[in-house]
Design a binder for this molecule. Structure first.
Ligand SMILES: NC(=O)c1ccc[n+]([C@@H]2O[C@H](COP(=O)([O-])OP(=O)(O)OC[C@H]3O[C@@H](n4cnc5c(N)ncnc54)[C@H](OP(=O)(O)O)[C@@H]3O)[C@@H](O)[C@H]2O)c1
Length: 293
């Protein structure tokens, strides 16, 4: 049995994916802009992920922009059967590396074609609509126009499944009246738990939840309680953070990012780590401590 199998699978669209996948954002240059320092190293990370059994990779054409997708194509095309590449649309990059909304039907259509071309695909398996009503977190407001535009591209056969990113429960519910929603991708981790109720609700409805920044993002998680649990279990803090997410809810599918093969292997080993109830109780204090700072 592949070590990764211990993480289990979850339905994403109409494919079962391993609950421990890979997020490719770290493969672009600093600030997710421009090329990486070492392109061969980026290619090696992707190949190591797939060879280890990863069958879910998260990306976007606005990483780089274009560069992350081009590296995925260079490393992995022709793609293995069963590999699910999830991309996202809704933003574009300014010349100064800023993140700008790109939610008009014309921009979304262009983004879908750009993703198809740069990834070398005829159809995108899952496309997340990234709400840019707020850049740093979900903001209420209608997503009807951009979601309807994506649904039309789905009907034209360019997209198999649609997901939502950086959204509220209300936006998910409204979205489900327009098209099926295969997954939600929001900011969530041990220290940032605003989506606790949303995750439970999506689990009841069989919708996958992919937390972004599962390790804390650009500033990886640091906490005394987390370090203490990791030391007790003979694991790294990052492995504990991932194992905690796997145990948090069965609909959570992980896309931790790294630019290093060594970190990738450490992260994938979290599939084997089972956290005892005492450790879970200690880890439950991390979010409260983070909120009080
Ligand atoms: N929908 C959205 O708005 C959105 C936003 C952000 C991200 N995402 C997606 O979510 C994915 C994951 O987020 P992320 O990559 O930003 O953050 P992350 O997975 O929380 O953390 C990545 C950071 O942790 C470090 N790291 C990874 N493994 C490590 C290890 N074993 N030991 C020590 N440090 C480690 C990485 O540095 P090294 O490279 O040095 O390992 C990097 O700095 C992205 O790849 C992207 O696909 C989506």
């Amino acid at each position: 049995m592949n070590a990764l199998d211990q993480a289990g699978n979850y339905r994403l669209g109409n494919r079962d994916v391993c609950r421990l996948g890979y997020g490719a954002m770290q493969l672009a240059g600093p600030g997710v802009f421009g090329p990486p320092k070492d392109r061969a190293a980026a290619v090696a990370v992707l190949r190591a992920a797939v060879e280890s059994g990863v069958n879910h990779i998260d990306t976007s054409d606005f990483y780089g922009p274009h560069i992350t997708n081009q590296i995925i194509r260079e490393a992995l095309h022709p793609y293995r059967d069963g590999l699910v590449i999830v991309t996202k649309v809704g933003a574009r990059r300014g010349a100064d590396a800023s993140w700008l909304p790109a939610l008009s039907p014309a921009e979304l259509t262009q983004a879908v074609h750009d993703n198809l071309r740069h990834l070398g695909l005829d159809v995108l398996e899952v496309v997340n609509l990234r709400s840019m009503l707020g850049i740093h977190g979900p903001v209420e407001g209608s997503l009807e126009e951009p979601l309807s535009a994506l649904a039309e591209l789905q009907q034209r056969g360019l997209i198999r499944h649609i997901g939502l990113s950086n959204v509220t429960l209300r936006q998910v519910e409204d979205g489900r009246r327009i098209c099926d929603i295969a997954c939600v991708q929001n900011h969530y981790n041990l220290a940032h738990r605003s989506d606790d109720a949303l995750i439970d609700r999506l689990a009841r409805d069989g919708i996958a939840y992919a937390p972004f920044f599962p390790l804390g993002g650009f500033t990886p998680l640091q906490s005394t309680a987390l370090s203490a649990v990791a030391a007790e279990l003979g694991a790294t803090a990052m492995q504990v953070a991932l194992a905690w997410l796997l145990q948090r809810s069965p609909n959570i599918v992980l896309i931790p990012g790294t630019s290093s093969v060594e970190h990738l292997r450490q992260n994938l080993s979290a599939a084997r780590l089972k956290l005892p109830s005492q450790a879970l109780a200690t880890l439950d204090t991390v979010a409260a401590a983070a909120a009080s700072h």
